[in-house]
Design a protein around this ligand. Structure first.
Ligand SMILES: C[S@@+](CC[C@H](N)C(=O)[O-])C[C@H]1O[C@@H](n2cnc3c(N)ncnc32)[C@H](O)[C@@H]1O
Length: 269
């Protein structure tokens, strides 16, 4: 087993604030570029499902620039958000609906916001940005702490591409174009991996970004949910609510906080 090299600093430019973690100004500035996950149809597919599941105020963990929160608020859903990076969060209010989103700067493993929510959601692989099992359990427990009894916690995350990893190798490439190379590097012992992005400009100068993640199988997340007093309600392969199969590349899972039974023992932990 080769060792995964040390992860480089998230800071890319002098304008980056270390407190913004892996999403400082130099990342936030391009985050809302058109296309990909920002394409209107991609955003609408997420917002449609969340609007359908919401039954009152909702809270987005790691709200980012409001890619999802702003259009959800524009539909009339009361949306709050927690976000680590000020550089990302300060862009929320620029979007239609974003002025209605109440953003708190903080860490989703432990920051509490006022109110009780019908739905907490954490999308776009961001559970993986918390790189320890304890930290991910804390995310589930913090989600449950914000939910009313019967409230829902939604996570969207990719499945690790371990089936493409032959014995003795730890790297899975996912993009190879003239100006961009992307690959993931896995440590199957620790469940840590890095996502690596090499961008080469026409003048030959380049940029290398290595971002750390932790993967967890859906079954491990179900246990995290149980520790937090929640049970699986839905599991889909995507926002179109397709069935999860052996070929699926990600999942959208929905756990339900136990309805309030005054004589029942409290959740573990
Ligand atoms: C891939 S972006 C997703 C943003 C937004 N949810 C979206 O769908 O566009 C990941 C975001 O998670 C934030 N983040 C990472 N770890 C966090 C933590 N522990 N607490 C709060 N936010 C966090 C990052 O700052 C970044 O804005």
């Amino acid at each position: 087993m080769r060792t995964v090299p040390a992860v480089a600093s998230p800071i890319v430019s002098a304008t980056d604030d270390p407190a913004d973690g892996w999403f400082p100004e130099s990342v936030a500035t391009d985050y809302d570029d058109p296309g990909g996950a920002n394409a209107p149809e991609a955003v609408a597919s997420v917002v449609d499902v969340l609007a359908d599941l919401a039954d009152g105020p909702v809270l987005e963990f790691a709200v980012g620039t409001g890619r999802i929160a702003a259009p959800l608020a524009a539909r009339g859903v009361p949306v709050s958000g927690i976000e680590l990076s000020r550089a990302m969060a300060e862009r929320v209010a620029d979007k239609p609906g974003g002025g209605e989103v109440d953003v708190t700067i903080g860490d989703m493993t432990r920051t509490r916001v006022a109110g009780e929510f019908s739905l907490v959601y954490l999308v776009f692989n961001t559970i993986g940005n918390v790189t320890t099992q304890d930290g991910q359990v804390d995310v589930f427990r913090n989600a449950a702490a914000h939910l009313r009894p019967g409230g829902l916690f939604v996570v969207e995350v990719g499945l690790p591409d371990l089936r493409r990893l032959p014995p003795g190798q730890d790297i899975v490439p996912f993009a190879m174009t003239p100006g961009y190379v992307g690959f993931d590097q896995y440590d199957v012992v620790t469940q840590e991996f890095t996502s690596n992005h090499v961008t080469v400009s026409p003048d030959g100068t380049g940029r290398f970004r290595r971002i750390p993640f932790r993967y967890a199988w859906p079954a491990e997340m179900d246990l995290m949910a149980r520790i937090a007093g929640m049970r699986l309600k839905h599991r889909w392969a995507d926002w179109g609510r397709s069935e999860l199969t052996a070929e699926s590349t990600g999942h959208v899972s929905v756990w339900e906080k136990a309805p309030h039974h005054p004589h029942e023992a409290p959740p573990l932990g």
